[in-house]
Ligand binder design. Structure first.
Ligand code: ATP
Ligand code: MG
Length: 554
C-alpha cells in the first residue's frame, strides 16, 4: 500500500482548489451526535476530518449535532471531547453546537416559506408515510401543500409559540412528490416536540430535522468539505437543494462527500448495540477494555498513535467493506514493540528453590529496559527462591518439550542455566515446588555463558516480586459476522482474571496507562483500578501477530 498516494477525497479537494473554489481554505468538521460514546468507526472519521485539515493547512471544527434532545446527554458531550483529545486532535476554539444555531435555522426556514419552498402540513405521521409513495411509485401531494405563504408563516410562528400539540403539524420542504429520490418528496424539516434539551432547556418546542440542520450548520460555519458516510449519498440532493434555494454562493458553500463506514470483523459499531451491552451489564461499562469504544480502546492500552496509524493505512474507501481486526492489532503491536518496556511477569507461578545458593542470596542483574533504545537499564533481583511459569515445567515431558523437566536444564532469561534435581508434590500428587541447582558460571560473561541450551524460560525473584491482578481479554464476540441476536455470540471467556500474578519489582510505581511487554506473555497496561498496594494489568494484545501471516500470504 502506498502511504503517499492521495485518497479520492483529496482528489476532489485538489480539483476544487484548482477551480478556484474555497479561497478561504479547507474547513472540515467532525459532527457527532451526543447520544452515545464514540467507537473505532468514529475514530476513522475523526482522523479523516482532522487529518485533511492538517494536510491542507486548514481547520477542523468539532460540532455537536444536538438536534434530537430525547436521546442526548452532557455525559456524552464530555466523553466525546476527551476521546478526540486523547486521539491527538485539537479543535482549538472551534467547538460548536447545532443548538447554537436554532434561531438562525428557524430564520432559514422562514426564508424558505417566503420563497414558497416550504409549507406547514397537518397530515399525521402515518398519512405522511402513506402519501410518500414507494421506490417504484411516486408519492401524492399533501392537501395542505398549497397553503398561502402568509398562512404558512403564521402557522409556523404559532408552532414555535407552542400553540399546537406534539406531532400535530410539521414544516416540510416543497420539492417534488414524484422525485425518484424519496428524500426529495417534500421532506419534513421541523417537528413539534416538547422535550427538554440539554443545552436550550425548554426554550424550544420545535426542533429542526437532521437533514435540514446539518447542511445549514456546515454553511454557517463556512465548512468547505462536509465528509460523511455512504448512507447519506441519497441525502446529497437535498443538501444541495437546500443551500442553493437559500442562495449560498456555489463557489464557497460546503460540498458533501461520502465515504464508506469503517467496519471491522467481529466488532460492533452500532451505538444502539453498544448501549445495550452497557445497560444490560454484559460488560463493565462504556470503557470496558473489551468495548470498541474509544474509551474502551484507551483503557485496553491501545496507543492513540497506533489507532491513527491504522486509520491512515486502511485508507478511505468508496464502497463498504470489512477490515480484519487483526490489522488493527498489528498496528498496536508494532507500536508497542517499539515503545513498551520489557519486564518479566509470571502469570501462573510455580516455586523453584535454587539449592546451591545461600539463603540470603540476592544479586541484581542488569538488563535493557527496551532493547535497541536509549531507555537505559533496569535491575532485576535474582534470589535463591524464584517463581517460574507453571506451564514451563512438565513431569512426563514429550521429547520435543524443551522447557524444564526432571533432570533437564533450561536457561533463565537474562540469568543462569538451572537443572531440575527434585520435584516436590503435595498429598494429592500436585507439583508444588521444584528443587534446582544453578550452573554458577553460566551467567552472561561467565565461563559457560555460551553453553548451548534449547529452552529459555521466564522467572521472577520470590521475595521481591509484586503480586498483581491480571485481566486477560479475548474477543467480545465469538463470530466475525455479527448476528442479529448478537448477545448470543458473546464470548463467555472474553475476560479471564488472574488474581495473583507475580511481576518483577521494577514496575512497582507505574502510573495508570503505562504499558509493558511481559516477556512471552504479551503487552499489558496498568488499569485505572490499580491502587498503591495492588496493580491491575490489562492484556492489550498477545505477542503473536496473525495479521503478519495474512499479509505475507498475499
Ligand atoms: P447515529 O447517527 O445513528 O446516532 P452514528 O454512528 O452515525 O450514529 P454520529 O454521532 O452521527 O453517529 O457520527 C459522527 C460522525 O462519525 C458522522 O460523520 C458519521 O458519519 C461518522 N461515523 C459514524 N460511524 C462511522 C464508521 N463506522 N466509520 C466511519 N465514520 C463513522
Ligand atoms: Mg449519524
Amino acid at each position: 500500500m502506498n502511504l503517499e498516494s492521495k485518497n479520492f477525497i483529496q482528489n476532489f479537494i485538489d480539483e476544487d482548489l484548482k477551480n478556484g473554489k474555497y479561497p478561504d481554505g479547507i474547513k472540515t468538521r467532525f459532527p457527532p451526535e451526543p447520544n452515545g460514546y464514540l467507537h473505532i468507526g468514529h475514530a476513522k472519521s475523526i482522523c479523516l476530518n482532522f487529518g485533511l485539515a492538517q494536510k491542507y493547512l486548514g481547520t477542523c471544527n468539532l460540532r455537536f449535532d444536538d438536534t434530537n434532545p430525547s436521546k442526548e446527554d452532557v455525559e456524552f458531550v464530555d466523553s466525546i471531547q476527551d476521546n478526540i483529545r486523547w486521539l491527538g486532535f485539537d479543535w482549538e476554539d472551534r467547538k460548536f453546537f447545532a443548538s447554537d444555531y436554532f434561531e438562525k435555522l428557524y430564520n432559514f426556514a422562514v426564508e424558505l416559506i417566503k420563497k414558497n419552498l416550504a409549507f406547514v402540513d397537518d397530515l399525521s405521521a402515518e398519512e405522511i408515510r402513506e402519501y410518500r409513495g414507494t421506490l417504484t411509485e411516486p408519492g401524492k401531494e399533501s392537501p395542505h401543500r398549497n397553503r398561502s405563504i402568509e398562512e404558512n408563516l403564521d402557522l409556523f410562528k404559532r408552532m414555535r409559540d407552542g400553540e399546537f400539540a406534539d406531532g400535530s403539524k410539521v414544516l416540510r420542504a416543497k420539492i417534488d412528490m414524484a422525485s425518484g429520490n424519496i428524500n426529495m418528496r417534500d421532506p419534513i424539516i421541523y417537528r413539534i416536540a416538547r422535550v427538554n434539551h440539554h443545552r436550550t432547556g425548554d426554550q424550544w418546542c420545535i426542533y429542526p430535522m437532521y437533514d435540514f440542520a446539518h447542511p445549514l450548520s456546515d454553511a454557517i460555519e463556512g465548512i468547505s468539505h462536509s465528509i460523511c458516510t455512504l448512507e447519506f449519498e441519497d441525502h446529497r440532493p437535498f443538501y444541495d437543494w437546500l443551500l442553493d434555494s437559500l442562495d449560498f454562493d456555489p463557489k464557497t458553500r460546503p460540498r458533501q462527500i461520502e465515504f464508506a463506514r469503517l467496519e471491522l470483523t467481529g466488532i460492533i459499531t452500532s451505538k444502539r448495540k453498544l448501549r445495550q451491552l452497557v445497560e444490560e451489564n454484559h460488560v463493565r461499562g462504556w470503557d470496558d477494555p473489551r468495548m470498541p469504544t474509544i474509551s474502551g480502546l484507551k483503557r485496553r492500552g491501545y496507543p492513540p498513535a497506533a489507532i491513527r496509524d491504522f486509520c491512515e493505512r486502511i485508507g478511505v474507501a468508496k464502497s463498504n467493506s470489512t477490515v480484519d481486526i487483526a490489522m488493527l492489532e498489528h498496528c498496536v503491536r508494532e507500536n508497542l514493540n517499539q515503545n513498551a518496556e520489557r519486564v518479566m511477569a509470571v502469570l501462573n507461578p510455580l516455586k523453584v528453590v535454587l539449592t546451591n545458593l545461600p539463603e540470603n542470596h540476592c544479586e541484581y542483574l542488569e538488563v535493557d529496559r527496551l532493547p535497541n533504545s536509549n531507555r537505559g537499564k533496569r535491575f532485576v533481583p535474582f534470589e535463591r527462591e524464584i517463581f517460574i511459569e507453571r506451564e514451563d515445567f512438565m513431569e512426563d515431558a514429550p521429547k520435543k518439550f524443551f522447557r524444564l523437566k526432571p533432570g533437564g536444564e533450561v536457561r533463565l532469561i537474562g540469568a543462569y542455566i538451572i537443572k531440575c534435581d527434585e520435584v516436590i508434590k503435595d498429598s494429592n500428587g500436585e507439583v508444588i515446588e521444584l528443587h534446582c541447582s544453578i550452573d554458577p558460571t553460566s551467567k552472561s560473561g561467565g565461563e559457560t555463558a555460551n553453553r548451548k541450551i534449547k529452552g529459555t524460560i521466564l522467572w521472577v525473584a520470590a521475595s521481591q516480586a509484586i503480586r498483581a491482578e491480571v485481566r486477560l481479554y479475548d474477543r467480545l464476540l465469538t463470530t466475525d459476522n455479527i448476528p442479529n441476536d448478537f448477545l448470543s455470540a458473546i464470548n463467555p471467556k472474553s475476560l479471564v482474571i488472574i488474581e495473583n500474578a507475580l511481576v518483577e519489582p521494577s514496575v512497582k510505581f507505574s502510573a495508570e496507562g503505562t504499558s509493558y511487554q511481559f516477556l512471552r506473555n504479551g503487552y499489558f497496561v496498568v488499569d485505572p483500578d490499580s491502587t498503591v498496594d495492588r496493580l491491575v494489568f490489562n492484556r492489550i494484545v498477545g505477542l503473536r501477530d496473525s495479521w503478519k501471516k495474512i499479509e505475507s500470504k498475499e
